[in-house]
Design a protein around this ligand. Sequence first.
Ligand code: GLU
Length: 399
Amino acid sequence: MERPEDWRRERARGLAQARVVVIKVGSAVLTDAQGLNAAVLDSLAGQLARLAAPGTGLPDGRRLVLVSSGAVAAGRTALAARGRQVETTGLAARQAAAAVGQGRLMQAWDTAFHVHGMPTAQVLLTRDDLRSRQRFLNARNTFAELLQWRVLPIVNENDTVSVSELKFGDNDCLASLLVNLTGADLFVNLTSSPGVLAADPQREPDAPVMEHIDDVAALDLGQLCGGKTSVGTGGMYSKLLAARRAAQIGVPTLILPGRAPDVLSRAFAAGADSGATPIPGTWVRPAGHAIPRRKFWLAYQSEPAGGVTVDAGAAQALLRKGGSLLPGGVRQVEGAFQKGALVRVLHEGRSLGVGLSNYSAADLKKIMGLKRHEVAAILGDAHYPEVIHRDNLLLDAAV
Ligand code: GLU
């Protein structure tokens, strides 16, 4: 598709005009073998304070939301310093280490921002908090208030109480949900890599950094990143998935090397000179057509609880005609989900998207492949004509 704007100009404009920015920083940027690296935190705090300050064209400055990992790593090293070596591969140990480290992480950030007169707020979230629409709206109001007060929310997953099925999984995912929740217009992901490499570095060690990605939805993430990282957090896979989600609601992502000197300041300063100066990292362009935010919310606030495999006719109706999924098009049902659950829609092993099922897995198994009158004979007249209504379906979901 022909883009109306050159990507460099789009980047320059995106950086110069962003009013609300979600910035995510990973453990590998913030910590090393000794734990939290104070020099890195100080440098980032200084750069963020400058970004928040009023400037040319931005008399109110920028509102920032910082998503910070590092609790588990900080907890682990704090314990090691007291002679207790803990292995944090298991869930309970990670949760306990996060409980030790979160206070330290927050204290370190608060000290670093204090120097710049920036008050901070700790926000710990579980996926469950954003799943219920009411709690989602409560969280949104809290963020709005903090931003209005010019307080910097520093967000992390509430590791100590999140159970594995209800975890965000990683802070890239959490940050992408916050882009939606806070109405941000830019997402910056500070990583330990120089940007997105043009090939899997395991196979091609000299692969160059991609300066921009035009259509993140079209990328083969398996090829590019060697699949999902086995530890479940981090890795370019989850960063690109998060960028793809942001792109769907029209928000660009800048993936930057978090430890490069003054990287944030340099990127935003270069943005101000209409894109002529090279910027490190990768600019991921937003999608041409943004999806409704309600669809984003329904697709990403929880993990799919199961899957429905559809036949070729149904796949065609969903993809080409903007139709709903009817019982007749369902071939197979996986999982033991309840009515109202989020499920994957699959065809020939490929994920077409996700949507809310009007039927439980048990009822769906009784009616799959059947016509409307046959469904009525089994479930009675008061049934839904659609298994997934098109308003509750997100095609091409980044899950
Ligand atoms: N919440 C975890 C921590 O603070 C990090 C999760 C992640 O890095 O994605 O250590």
